[in-house]
Each structure stands twice: as C-alpha cells, then as structure tokens.
Design a protein around this ligand. Structure first.
Ligand SMILES: Nc1ncnc2c1ncn2[C@@H]1O[C@H](COP(=O)(O)OP(=O)(O)OP(=O)(O)O)[C@@H](O)[C@H]1O
Ligand SMILES: [Mg+2]
Length: 237
C-alpha cells in the first residue's frame, strides 16, 4: 500500500489473569494508508476495542508488530510510547472521558500544557471554536449535553494535531441526530486536516461513511470492504 501510516503484523494478544484468560487478538495483519477512514465492525466481544487500544499505543501486544508513522511501537519503552501517543494519536471514547471538575477550556488546554505545547489556552479556545463550542468555554462537563461533551472530547483529541485519530463508538451514547452531527464533525475534521481516522462502530450507516470497513470476528479479521462511495471515487462511471 502506498503511504502506509499504520501497520499491524501478526498482532497477538491474550488478556486477563489465570482464572479468566481470553485470546483476544489472534494474529491480525492490517495496513492502513495515510488519510484513510477505516470503520472497524463486528460482534460484541470480538476484540474491536482491544484492537483500537493496540493502535492507540495503550495496550501492548504479546507478539507481533505495530508500526505507526514508521515507529515500532512494540519496541518502545513506556516513556517513549507515552510521548509518541501525545504527539501522534488522538483518542475519542464513547463515554467522552472528560474531567468533571475542569471546564471545557481546561479539558482541552491542560493536556496541551502538560505536553509543553505553546499557548495551550489559545489553542484550546481555537479548537473549541472549531467544533462549535465558542460559547461554552467555561461550562463544566455536567453543564453540557452529550453531543457537546463529545465535541469537547473531539477538540481535545485534535488539539495536538495528531496524524491518527482513534474513536471507539464515538456516537454510541448519543441520539441518532446528535450522532450524525458528531459523525459529520469527525469526517469534516479528518478531511480538512488529512488525519487518518480509525473508528469502531455498531452503526452500519456510520461504518458505510468510512472509505473502508474491516470486520473483526473472534479476534481475527473477516473482511476488508472498500465502501461503495470510495469505489465510485476511483472507478469512472
Ligand atoms: N482485561 C481483560 N481481561 C480479560 N478479558 C478481557 C479483558 N479485556 C477484554 N477482554 C475480553 O476480550 C474480548 C474482546 O473485548 P473487546 O472489548 O475488545 O470487545 P469489543 O469487540 O470491543 O466488544 P463491544 O462491541 O461489546 O464493545 C471480550 O470477550 C472481553 O471479555
Ligand atoms: Mg468495544
């Protein structure tokens, strides 16, 4: 593949303790190109979230390789891995994961500040304006709707300009209209910035908006489908 940004080779992972071990990822090979939007689908318990955590550098493989932007994450020390994550990867979760006693502005600015970014509060304000929350900077998460909280989470994920954006059921806790708005926002930011997007979803309409769908079943990849929309882009009528 040209312009590969993410590559998994024979990725294998067992989780749990002796009483309850689960062979979650069973030798997964996957290549993702720069700027792609990949939708990971599959039944509950098939290993989708675990796969995302590996791609995010938050879970280590037992064996196999994970390369992102030319960096071998499987060989990095914890410190180097944390540093790599901060610079290269943005993450959005289903349940937002905002810090309750920080305002929207602080939720976005503080991680930038901790990473020694320049002008963290200015950047945070700009990112929140870019997701339509310029009027909600000083609201606490508890004072925001679900959709607004997810917008804060997206602003936080995008603020360090990561090359990879990872989202685990980003619309899973939202009603369908709000979910569609959040999906619109994710895809427009992705296109605008040339970010590579990898998302997990149970929503077939959201998966269909990705350039490619990857189906996980029992820790293995079942199918690799290019969406009709992206085929139409490359095959003249
Ligand atoms: N820390 C853990 N210890 C033991 N088993 C685990 C652990 N984390 C996940 N598992 C198991 O691994 C399997 C895959 O979990 P995962 O969360 O990746 O599934 P999923 O595809 O995201 O499911 P869902 O669609 O319900 O979110 C499940 O059977 C789960 O019980
Ligand atoms: Mg999951």
């Amino acid at each position: 593949m040209r312009n590969t940004i993410i590559e998994l080779k024979k990725a294998d992972l067992t989780l749990g303790n002796q009483a309850a071990t689960v062979h979650v990822l069973k030798g997964i090979d996957l290549e993702i190109g720069k700027g792609e939007a990949v939708g990971i689908v599959g039944p509950s318990g098939s290993g989708k979230s675990t796969l995302l955590m590996v791609l995010a550098g938050l879970e280590r493989l037992d064996s196999g390789e994970i390369w992102i932007n030319g960096a071998p994450l499987h060989t990095l020390s914890e410190d180097k891995l944390a540093d790599f994550r901060g610079r290269n990867i943005g993450i959005v979760f289903q349940s937002f994961h905002l810090i309750a006693n920080m305002t929207a502005l602080e939720n976005v600015a503080v991680p930038l500040e901790l990473a020694n970014a320049k002008n963290p509060f200015e950047t945070a304000r700009r990112e929140l304006e870019a997701v339509g929350l310029g009027e909600r900077l000083n609201h606490y998460p508890g004072q925001l709707s679900g959709g607004e909280q997810q917008r804060v989470a997206i602003a936080r994920a995008l603020a360090p300009s990561p090359s990879v954006l990872i989202a685990d059921e980003p619309t899973g806790n939202l009603d369908s209209d709000t979910g569609r708005q959040i999906a619109d926002l994710l895809f427009s930011k992705q296109a605008e910035r040339g970010t590579t997007l990898v998302l997990v979803t149970h929503d077939p309409s959201l998966a269909a908006r990705c350039t490619r769908q990857v189906k996980v079943r029992s820790g293995m990849l079942e199918a690799n489908t290019v969406s009709a929309a992206s085929v139409a882009d490359v095959v003249p009528a």
